[in-house]
Design a binder for this molecule. Structure first.
Ligand code: SF4
Length: 366
């Protein structure tokens, strides 16, 4: 097992934090801007390449910060173009990160925020792992950097990730400060410069953290709702026993909607459980169609899953009923099912890691 470095990761620093570090050490403030350009625009991760940054500033950073990125140790390619990556952190812990193509050259990275997850949703493969630890901001940003680098080397030199969804392993708001820092790094114009509308933060409904969203960059917000009745939601998501629908919606009303415009509600459709007439009625009573979009996610069955996917007719019927009530309602296309990369199916298989590492070393010389 590799010992984690003592130094903090350079990729955990927002631009204002990096400038402050440099100024406090007696270096020019603008060196921070130059370094951001090298790392995030040129993907030059070796400080020796930073030709316009002083040697002293580079030495100072090398002594005090870690430049090690996570490593891609396995990848799978679905017939629909989705690519799933197993990404190892410096301590050997792994998370899964998925790149999902869409029309208009969109390439969305579904990013992980924790190793495992504490929330324990009963439909979720990841939820069976429990929480091992939070990822640092540098490890979250590192997933974006290594996957971009990998795609450029192995697929297309012009490959570019255009969107981010925090829908990989973990509950992002459980790791609020690190996810906030990482999001500020993704948004920084002098670096990656992703737009606020290109990033979606998805939460299972951690009420105290939702109440703090006024202090989070105004990215898209998605709430995993999955049921409009407390009894069914508690069955699917144990967090509902702590923060029920009433408390959840009291907190959602505090989200500054001018910045966020819409809230997207993710709704996992499960046969016989939440795909009935009374579920349409309850959704209609709970949500305001003027500020709510509903994204239906037909359940992806996986080995040992206890729930069933509704028929295509039932899925279409449910969508139509909601649309008739004025809701923008989409059905999420299921991508990557042949490599278990679809929503709720992410789960690192640590036991296979050694095998994957060996395969990857021989294939890609990591
Ligand atoms: S669905 Fe999301 S919040 Fe729920 S257990 Fe899975 S990873 Fe955690």
């Amino acid at each position: 097992m590799v010992k984690p470095p003592q130094q903090p990761s350079i990729y955990s620093l927002t631009l204002p934090q990096l400038r402050e570090v440099l100024v406090n050490a007696g270096f020019a403030r603008f060196s921070g801007d130059q370094i951001y350009q090298w790392i995030y625009k040129n993907l030059a991760f070796d400080p020796d390449l930073w030709s316009n940054v002083s040697v002293k500033a580079r030495s100072f950073l090398k002594e005090n910060y870690s430049f090690t990125l996570p490593k891609v140790v396995w990848n799978g390619h679905s017939t629909d173009g989705t690519r799933k990556f197993l990404v190892a952190m410096i301590d050997g812990k792994t998370v899964e990160t998925v790149a999902i193509p869409a029309k208009n050259d969109r390439l969305t990275l579904c990013i992980s925020s924790q190793v495992g997850c504490a929330i324990g949703c009963t439909f979720c493969h990841t939820g069976t792992m429990g929480l091992t630890r939070h990822l640092s901001a540098g490890e979250i940003v590192g997933q974006f950097l290594v996957i971009t680098d990998w795609l450029k080397r192995h697929v297309n030199p012009d490959a570019r990730l255009t969107n981010i969804v925090y829908m990989g392993q973990g509950e992002p708001l459980h790791n609020f400060d690190n996810v906030k820092n990482a999001t500020e790094i993704f948004l920084e114009d002098k670096g990656l410069g992703l737009g606020q509308r290109k990033i979606t933060l998805s939460t299972s409904g951690l009420v105290p953290q939702i109440e703090k969203l006024g202090d989070f960059p105004p990215v898209n917000i998605a709430i995993s709702l999955h049921a409009a009745h407390n009894q069914i939601r508690s069955e699917l998501m144990p967090i509902n026993k702590v923060y029920d629908l009433e408390r959840l919606f009291k907190a959602i009303k505090m989200i500054p909607l001018k910045a966020h415009r819409w809230i997207t509600y993710e709704y996992l459709l499960i046969e016989g459980m939440n795909d009935r007439v009374e579920d349409v009625t309850a959704l209609n009573q709970l949500l305001d169609p003027k500020v709510s979009k509903i994204n239906l996610i037909p359940f992806n069955e996986y080995p040992e899953s206890a729930f069933k996917r509704p028929s295509e007719t039932r899925i279409k019927w449910f969508q139509k009923e909601l649309m008739n009530k004025g809701f923008i309602t989409t059905i999420r296309t299921t991508m990557g099912t042949d490599i278990l990369a679809a929503c709720g199916q992410l789960k690192s298989q640590q036991s296979k890691l050694n095998l994957w590492v060996e395969e990857s070393v021989s294939q890609f010389d990591i």
